[in-house]
Ligand binder design. Sequence first.
Ligand code: NDP
Length: 295
Amino acid sequence: MTELIDGNVHAANVRARTKVRAEAFAASHGRKPRLDVVIVGNHPASRAYVSTKTKMAHETAIDGRLIELPETVGKDALLAEIARLNADPAVDGILVQLPLPDHLDGQMMIDAIDPAKDVDGFHPMNVGKLFTAAKIDPEQMLIPCTPLGSLMMLVDTLGKGALSGRNAVVVGRSNIVGKPMAQLLLANDCTVTIAHSRTRDLPAVCRQADILVAAVGRPEMVKGDWIKPGAVVIDVGINRVATADGKSRIVGDVATAEAMGIASYITPVPGGVGKMTVACLLHNTVVAAEARARG
Ligand code: NDP
């Protein structure tokens, strides 16, 4: 029997806890925690993501604002916008929605964000803290949202301490998902393997995993027979594929139907990790607001 890890339920719990904190913050500081999301251009998926983020922010007692800049905005104008938000004491969290148009360097923009307001957790200073801290504490640090949400679901599902000593395989080594995910699993005492496009015999590597995280961006690449019986599978992938009727649907990086009956737990796509990503962004916004208020 494979149980689904319901991202909607986990995310609702995180948002409920975050809302209580946001309301307490507003009561003691006379303003809500504030998240400013910067979007450049008209990328349809990015537009959908940012409107979900600001809508969820409002539902969580956070002042979520959208700053829309044209596709043609130049490097200096975008840097000036980030500098303005850095300098505004009422702004607690800044998120520049990626990917940016080709003429803009995403890492340059991330580097320009005040690390104390970097609610995506992508600034090199926050990345450095994640990789060097003696103890990783999501209440004290700004941790990338997708890996943080994935870890929270694992801990909530298996129980605190249950990750210790388990073999974890993370497929994908991006800065936003794979690497921080591996670091969080390591901090929870897993024995971690990071796999990528050059990994030899990937199915055999995956079959070693008690915990298998797929963050690849290839529809249903991880097959049922890559999964160790009883493994916990976290499917980070979000891939839009065409259907026979000329429409499209979203699938993950794991062939979920094949995994059923083999894995012990699996996150569905949609309705899994994606929900937690937004919830953790709101969590990070409140963490940033509280830390800034403490000074
Ligand atoms: P990237 O494209 O940045 O990284 C993909 C990684 O997968 C790379 O490390 C790449 O290896 C590896 N890879 C690609 N092809 C293969 C292969 N055939 N075998 C093994 N490894 C392979 O993607 P992201 O990390 O940004 O995103 C991964 C997925 O997660 C995407 O589907 C994305 O949409 C989704 N996502 C979901 C989020 C959510 O909220 N649920 C949030 C962010 C992302 P190499 O380094 O060698 O090229």
